[in-house]
Design a protein around this ligand. Structure first.
Ligand code: NAD
Length: 692
C-alpha cells in the first residue's frame, strides 16, 4: 500500500506543492492527498502518513492574541483553515507522524506550540521578505547543531521569501528552537527543542516547493528527501477496517500507541474542569445539536455503519434513530436528575446533595450497536460535566470517528472528548492511565479482566456484558404465528448480535409443534445477503472469527442429539455469512443453550409447565433479560419476578427504553446505564451540611 502524504489545501499556488513531488519521488511508494479545510476531510487525514502544512493567507490573529488590525493584513482570513490545520498538527504530533511546515505552516506550528507572530515585518524588512511580483531572495545562516543542517549539509544558503509576518522571537515557545536566520534576524526555520520521543518536524519560512533551483538547492531537494525518508521510517501502526459483507479492506487507520494516548489524556485533563463549569443548559443544548447532526447525516452514517459491521442498511438507520430518541430522553431529564437536592432544611441546618462529575471517564465500547451503547455512556457522561476518553470497538472504528466528528461539530470542545483508536492493546493502555471511571460494554471475558485490572484504582467501574437471554412461550398464547414471528425477530435481528437477543427459547408442550412450525417458516422467509440491498433482513456477521464458533455450536448440539430444523452452516463466498439456524431437541448440556452465541442461531426446547421453564430460564451464568409470552400478565409477572435478570419482558423482547435502567446481573455485568440511574452513574454525590 502506498504511503500517503497529506497536503493542506491552499488557494494560493497549490499546484507548486503537488508539482514538487515528481514520479521519481512518488513511484509506487507515495501518493499525495489533498486535505481541504473546505471539505473538512478529517477521515482522509487519518489515513495519511505525513503532512505538509502549506503557505497562504495570514493565520487569524485571535489564534495568538494579536491585534485585529495591522499593516498589510489580508481582506479575509480563513478561520476554518486555521482550525482544520491545527487538527492536522495535533494529530500528526500525537502519532509522531512527520510534519513539514512551509511559510504560513511554520507560523501556525509556532502559534500552536504557544508562540506569537510579529504581525507585519515593517517597511525595511518587507523589502527583503515580502513578495510583490515575484518571490524575494535572500541569504540565511543555519545552526550547525540543527536537524536542518544535518539534512541540508550547508551552513548558509539562498532562499526565496513571500511573507510579511514572522515568528515573534520574544514569544518563542520553549518547545521550539530557531535554527536558521536571515541577515535581519528573521527566524527562517524552527524545530523541536527536544526532539527525543517525537516525530520528524521541520518548519521553514521560505518556499522549497517553488524555488527557481529546487532540483539542486539543498534547501529544497534535501528537505523533500528527508521528509520522504521520515515518512518511510516512521513507525506506523495501521489497522485495516474490513467490510464483512465482502471481506475487502475499506481503509486502514492509524492506531494509537502509548504516547499518543498519554497525550490525548493530557488534553482531556486540560479541558474537563472548564467543561464542568459550562452551565448545564448549555451542555444539554450541545448534545441536542449533536443529535440533530445525527439526523441530518443519517444516510452517510448508516452507510458507514453497514459497511463496517455488515448489518442491513435499514437496521443501521433504525439504530441511529434509536440513538436520537435516547438522547432526547437523556437531555430532557438531565436537569431533573443532576440538579442539587435539598433533603432537609430546618432549624438552621440545610442538608443537600450535589451531583459532581467523576472527572475523565473511559468508555470502552462494543461494535454491535456502536451508536446505542456509545450514547448510553458518553452522552450522560458529557451532560454530567465529565470529559470522555472514548474507545470504539476496532470493528466500529469508522463509526467512532464519525461520532467524534459530529460531537465536535456540535460544540463539544476538543479537550473534552477524545477517541482511542485500536483493539485490545489500545484498551489495555487505557486501563493503565489514571482515569476517573471505566464504563465498559462488551463480553464477560473482557469485562472481568477490566474489572480486575481497574480494581486497585478505586474508581467506579461499570460493566454491561453479554447474555444468554431466555424466552418462554406459555400454553395460553392466542396467535401462535404472530408470537413465533415476533420472537424470531427477537432472536435474529442484527443477526442475533444483540446483547439482549433472545438466545434460548422454551415452549410449553401444548403449543410446541405449532410454534416450531411457524418459527421455522418465518426464519426461512427472510432474505439474506448484501446488507445494502433493500429487503435484506440478515446481513453479514461482523467478525469472521464468530463463524467458526457458530459452526462449533451447531456441531456440538447435533452430536448431543439436537435436530437441525433449518440452516446450520456458513454461506460460502468472500463475505462472512451464516444461515439462520434453528435447533430443536436441545438441552442444557449443549453449548447453544449455555454459551452466548451472538449469531443467527437458536435452540428451542419443549417444557411441560411454568416451574420447569423458570428453572431452565435461571439455569445460566448470565442475567441480562428474560421474556414471557402469555395472555396473562399475572402469570408472566410471577415468572419474571422470579428470574435473576436485570430486565423482564411480557409479550415483547429485545428492546431497551431510555427511561428504564439497563443493567445486567451475574456475568451480564453490574451498574446501570439509561434512566435516572444511568444519568447519575457518571456523577459522585457530595453531601453538604450547611449550618446558618
Ligand atoms: P469484546 O469484549 O471483545 O470487546 C469490547 C471492547 O473491549 C472493544 O472495544 C475491545 O477492543 C476492548 N477490549 C478487548 N480486550 C481488552 C482488554 N484486554 N483491555 C481493554 N479493552 C479491551 O466485546 P465485543 O465483541 O466488542 O462485543 C460483544 C459483546 O458485548 C457481547 O458479549 C455482547 O453481549 C456484549 N454487549 C453487551 C451490551 C450490554 O448492554 N449489556 C451491549 C452490547 C454488547
Amino acid at each position: 500500500m502506498r504511503k500517503k502524504i497529506g497536503l493542506s489545501f491552499t488557494a494560493t499556488n497549490y499546484a507548486n506543492y503537488l508539482n514538487w513531488f515528481d514520479e521519481n519521488d512518488l513511484g509506487n511508494s507515495f501518493e499525495l492527498v489533498t486535505l481541504s479545510f473546505e471539505a473538512n476531510n478529517i477521515e482522509d487525514m487519518l489515513q495519511c502518513d505525513g503532512f505538509i502544512l502549506t503557505g497562504g493567507v495570514d493565520v487569524h490573529p485571535s489564534n495568538y492574541d494579536g491585534d485585529e488590525m495591522y499593516p498589510n493584513m489580508p481582506n479575509t482570513f480563513q478561520p476554518d483553515r486555521d482550525n482544520f490545520e491545527s487538527k492536522i498538527y495535533r494529530h500528526a504530533k500525537q502519532l509522531k507522524l512527520p510534519i513539514l511546515g512551509i511559510c504560513r505552516g511554520q507560523q501556525l506550528v509556532n502559534i500552536l506550540e504557544g508562540g506569537r507572530l510579529t504581525q507585519d515585518l515593517g517597511d525595511t524588512k518587507n523589502q527583503v521578505h515580502r513578495k510583490l511580483e515575484t518571490d524575494k531572495k535572500h541569504s540565511i545562516e543555519i545552526d550547525s547543531s540543527s536537524l536542518l543542517y544535518m539534512i541540508s549539509g550547508v551552513r548558509s544558503g539562498e532562499v526565496n521569501s513571500a511573507h510579511h509576518q514572522c515568528i515573534d522571537p520574544l514569544y518563542l515557545p520553549e518547545s521550539l528552537k530557531p535554527v536558521a536566520f536571515a541577515d535581519d534576524q528573521t527566524i527562517e526555520a524552527i524545530e523541536y527543542s527536544d526532539p527525543s520521543g517525537k516525530g520528524f518536524m521541520l518548519c521553514v519560512q521560505w518556499h522549497p516547493e517553488r524555488m527557481d533551483n529546487k532540483e539542486f538547492n539543498p534547501l529544497s531537494i534535501n528537505i523533500k528527501k528527508a521528509f520522504l525518508d521520515a515518512i518511510n521510517n516512521s513507525v506506523k501502526m495501521k489497522m485495516n477496517i474490513i467490510n464483512p459483507a465482502n471481506g475487502k479492506i475499506i481503509r486502514a487507520v492509524q492506531q494509537d500507541d502509548q504516547s499518543s494516548l498519554e497525550s490525548k489524556f493530557k488534553t482531556l485533563k486540560d479541558g474537563q474542569t472548564a467543561w464542568s463549569k459550562v452551565p448545564l443548559p448549555k451542555r444539554i443544548e450541545t448534545l441536542q445539536v449533536y443529535s440533530k447532526l445525527l439526523a441530518v447525516n443519517i444516510e452517510t452514517l448508516a452507510k458507514t455503519l453497514t459497511d463496517e459491521v455488515g448489518k442491513p442498511l435499514q437496521q443501521s438507520r433504525n439504530e441511529i434513530n434509536g440513538s436520537i430518541s435516547r438522547i432526547e430522553w437523556l437531555t430532557n431529564n438531565a436537569e431533573k436528575y443532576l440538579a442539587e437536592e435539598i433533603m432537609n432544611a430546618a432549624a438552621g441546618m440545610t442538608e443537600l446533595i450535589r451531583y459532581e462529575p467523576l472527572g475523565i471517564v473511559c468508555n470502552i465500547s462494543a461494535w454491535n450497536y456502536p451508536y446505542l451503547v456509545g450514547t448510553n455512556v458518553f452522552v450522560p457522561a458529557l451532560l454530567a460535566g465529565n470529559a470522555v476518553f472514548y474507545k470504539p470497538s476496532e470493528f466500529a472504528t469508522l463509526t467512532g470517528l464519525q461520532i467524534e466528528k459530529l460531537l465536535k461539530e456540535a460544540g463539544v470542545p476538543d479537550n473534552v472528548f477524545q477517541i482511542a483508536i485500536g483493539g485490545a492493546a489500545t484498551g489495555e493502555e487505557l486501563l493503565s492511565l489514571p482515569l476517573d471511571g471505566y464504563f465498559f460494554t462488551g463480553s464477560y471475558k473482557t469485562g472481568k479482566y477490566i474489572y480486575e485490572k481497574v480494581a486497585p484504582k478505586m474508581v467506579p467501574c461499570q460493566c454491561e456484558l453479554g447474555g444468554k437471554d431466555p424466552l418462554y412461550v406459555t400454553d395460553d398464547v392466542e396467535d401462535i404465528v404472530a408470537v413465533a414471528a415476533g420472537t424470531a425477530d427477537g432472536a435474529f435481528y442484527n443477526n442475533g448480535q444483540s446483547c439482549c437477543a433472545v438466545e434460548r427459547i422454551y415452549v410449553h408442550e401444548k403449543v410446541y409443534e405449532a410454534y416450531v412450525d411457524a418459527f421455522v417458516k418465518e426464519v426461512q422467509s427472510w432474505k439474506i445477503g448484501n446488507p445494502l440491498e433493500d429487503g435484506v433482513y440478515l446481513g453479514a456477521i461482523s467478525r469472521e472469527s464468530q463463524l467458526e464458533f457458530l459452526e462449533h455450536q451447531v456441531a456440538d448440539a447435533i452430536a448431543k442429539g439436537a435436530t437441525l430444523q433449518t440452516g446450520g452452516k456458513r454461506i460460502e463466498g468472500n463475505g462472512y455469512f451464516f444461515e439462520p439456524t434453528v435447533l430443536t431437541n436441545v438441552n442444557h448440556s449443549m453449548s447453544v443453550m449455555r454459551e452466548e452465541s451472538f449469531g443467527p442461531i437458536i435452540g428451542i426446547m419443549k417444557v411441560s409447565n411454568d416451574e420447569e421453564a423458570l428453572q431452565l430460564m435461571n439455569d445460566t451464568s448470565y442475567g441480562l433479560t428474560a421474556s414471557v409470552y402469555s395472555t396473562s400478565r399475572e402469570r408472566a409477572e410471577k415468572i419474571l419476578s422470579a428470574t435473576d435478570a436485570g430486565t423482564g419482558y411480557w409479550n415483547c423482547c429485545d428492546r431497551v427504553s431510555a427511561a428504564l435502567p439497563w443493567s445486567g446481573r451475574k456475568h451480564s455485568g453490574f451498574g446501570a446505564t439509561l434512566s435516572h440511574a444511568g444519568i447519575r452513574a457518571f456523577t459522585q454525590p457530595k453531601a453538604f451540611h450547611l449550618r446558618g
